[in-house]
Design a protein around this ligand. Structure first.
Ligand code: APR
Length: 239
């Protein structure tokens, strides 16, 4: 790696958190092997059985609260703070491992496990405590209108105005630990490529949209990402 980049966008998926002990979605023991998406990750599911959906996300909280960032998260945080250019993480993950590692520019396009949104007033409640159908919104004081601030299938992604701008202006798009099967996130690489960015994919294996990447770095992200970040930190802005 000798090229210097000015504006790097890093899309992360469940794979970057796998070595922190968190389950991915589509691996053999993935979350979607043990629960049906239709039961816990759609608006219909939430309207049909809000208690069950709240319980699914409440049950995830203790493990995600305890989880520690791994060298891949730490390398991205170091890159954001030391690299002579802009580095933004766009994550599909609802864990907070990027923030725990020290990343500050993190856009959670699928929401966050430690947040709930009030369907009455739209305000977001930050909490690691259980949220359920009795929870009172601290802002509008209405009970029973809180929803996990997780983007369900069919809902619009969060932070998309900012993400669109980033995809049009970045000169390097990096994808780490995502299977590339869930759109719109799986299409981000196409937008970045269209607007001229170099594209690199980090994964254990070939993914569904691998043909859109200029380069593939196979291996565990806790090893490959720190190596990549170290190479980038050696480059300087020649301008
Ligand atoms: N290092 C690098 N890649 C890894 C590692 C690792 N240690 N472990 C797993 N992976 C890769 C897998 O090969 C796989 O391609 O991470 C990817 C995880 O894929 P998924 O389980 O499909 O997770 P993700 O791509 O994040 O899912 C996207 O789908 O259900 C929705 O909202 C959910 O955000 C999620 C979205």
């Amino acid at each position: 790696m000798s090229k210097h980049y000015n504006n790097i966008v890093v899309l992360t998926g469940a794979g970057i958190s796998a070595e922190s002990g968190l389950a991915t979605f589509r691996s053999s023991n993935g979350l979607w092997n043990n629960h049906r998406v239709e039961d816990v990750a759609t608006i219909d599911a939430f309207e049909r059985n809000p208690e069950y959906v709240h319980a699914f996300y409440n049950d995830m909280k203790p493990e995600l609260l305890k989880a520690k960032p791994n060298p891949a998260h730490l390398a991205l945080a170091e890159l954001e703070h030391k690299y002579d250019g802009k580095v933004t993480v766009v994550t599909q993950n609802v864990d907070t491992l990027h923030e725990k590692a020290g990343s500050e520019k993190v856009l959670h396009i699928h929401g966050q496990i430690n947040q709930a949104v009030c369907l009455n007033c739209g305000r977001v409640l930050e909490t690691w405590d259980d949220v359920d159908t009795q929870t009172v919104c601290p802002h509008c004081k209405i009970a029973g209108m809180m929803k996990p601030n997780i983007v369900f299938f069919g809902e619009s992604l969060l932070c998309m105005d900012e993400v669109e701008k980033l995809l049009r202006t970045c000169d390097l798009f990096v994808s780490i630990g995502t299977s590339g099967v869930v759109y719109p996130a799986a299409g981000f690489v196409q937008t970045a490529k269209y607007f001229g960015a170099d594209t690199i994919e980090f994964n254990l294996e070939t993914t569904s949209n691998n043909y859109l990447f200029d380069k593939h770095i196979f291996g565990k992200s806790s090893q490959t990402v720190p190596e990549f970040a170290a190479e980038l930190l050696k480059t300087k802005n020649e301008a």
